[in-house]
Write a new protein. Structure first.
Length: 368
């Protein structure tokens, strides 16, 4: 990027230098032509008639004939000096225009930067920078607002399971004649609420880790097929809750080179997302396609079609598909953002598509 900017700057310097030199040469040439014409007219005027040597006009024109070249030279020198000073002042004017324009780059005004015609290329680049700065501010502001809203939501959500845990444990403590069946029910509900409370607390830590740490990779060879099989096995309880089936379509013993823990986290996020947003009694397909240079892994599930607007933002930090915070699926909105970052650090990419109630996340990473 720096090399590209340096090349543009060098090209701009050459263009501006050529324009200024061209203007100076044209003005100097014009001045020289005018003075030459005056000199020729003077000589021609002197030759039109026979002059009396005592006549004042003859004395003037005769003297002018000898001194005119020197006078012309002096005028040319003065003219060149004036032209160069004007060119220098013009350069200073350009510099002042650019300096004034830089103040507009970081202002909140929506007005475009206007520079002289000679600085058209600079004007375009500065307007592009202004747009990029404004867009970065907007994205950062939205991300910060989503983060603040999320913290408020999570803090509010913490109260619900905590209140339930305290309430049921209080009942177990105070009710001495409670039946074993009711005791078991209260303990089961308390455990479920405590686990939900743990998930919410983990989300707070997730936000902190995502913002305060840089993700670094430790590469090793791993059997991708076995990794995905193990993942599906660990998700059996979640799958059974919605009567889902997860089918792996992969050749046996496909090997990849990756950071195992980080890539496991990517697959976990994608499968968890597929489970959360799948219709009950449907099938989740995980398909691995290997080519000479790349591996493609598709997570396909059946659920409500995601609009294009949401798909464009689905990998943003703290962005959640469901505007209403459903307790079961309500996450921090970091899973897909972290997955995208990890995949890109591996030299790959991840995309999302949705149509006809089919959601497809496609992950592409370099093959061994």
């Amino acid at each position: 990027m720096n090399r590209k900017n340096n090349s543009k700057l060098k090209k701009f310097k050459q263009q501006m230098t050529a324009k200024l030199l061209g203007r100076v040469i044209i003005e100097i040439t014009g001045l020289a032509v005018v003075l030459t014409i005056i000199y020729i007219l003077g000589r021609f005027t002197c030759s039109l008639r026979t002059w009396d040597q005592d006549e004042p006009a003859y004395i003037f024109f005769n003297s002018l004939r000898y001194y005119l070249p020197y006078l012309v030279l002096i005028i040319i020198v003065i003219g060149i000096t004036v032209i160069l000073i004007r060119a220098w002042l013009k350069v200073l004017g350009y510099l002042e225009d650019v300096l004034n324009a830089t103040e507009n780059i970081y202002s909140d005004k929506n007005s475009l930067i206007n520079l002289p015609l000679e600085l058209n290329e600079v004007e375009n680049q500065m307007n592009q920078i202004k747009f990029n700065v404004s867009e970065s501010k907007r994205v950062a502001k939205e991300a910060e607002q989503r983060k603040n809203d999320l913290v408020v939501y999570l803090a509010h959500d913490l109260k619900t399971p905590l209140t339930s845990v305290i309430g049921y444990l209080t009942l177990l403590r105070d009710e001495t004649q409670i039946s074993d069946e009711l005791r078991e029910k209260y303990l089961s509900i308390s455990l479920d609420k405590a686990e939900r409370l743990e998930d919410l607390i983990n989300e707070f830590f997730e936000i902190t880790r995502f913002n305060l740490s840089n993700i670094t990779l430790e590469f090793s060879r791993v059997n991708l097929t076995r990794m995905l099989e193990q993942l599906i096995y660990e998700f059996k309880p979640m799958l059974s809750d919605k009567n889902l089936q997860c089918v792996l379509n992969s050749a046996p013993d496909i090997m990849i080179k990756c950071d195992v823990d980080k890539m496991q986290r990517v697959f976990d996020n994608l499968l968890r997302n597929a489970v959360n947003y799948s219709f009950d009694d449907s099938v989740i397909d995980i398909t691995v396609t290997q080519s000479e240079k790349t591996l493609k892994i598709n997570f396909v599930n059946h659920g409500n079609t995601i609009s294009r607007e949401k798909l464009d933002r689905i990998f943003e930090q703290f962005y959640r598909l469901d505007s209403a915070r459903v307790t079961k699926t309500g996450g921090a909105g970091l899973g897909l953002a972290i997955a995208k970052e990890i995949v890109e650090l591996h030299g790959g990419k991840i995309t999302a598509n949705s149509e006809n109630e089919i959601i497809n996340f496609e992950l592409t990473i370099p093959s061994l």
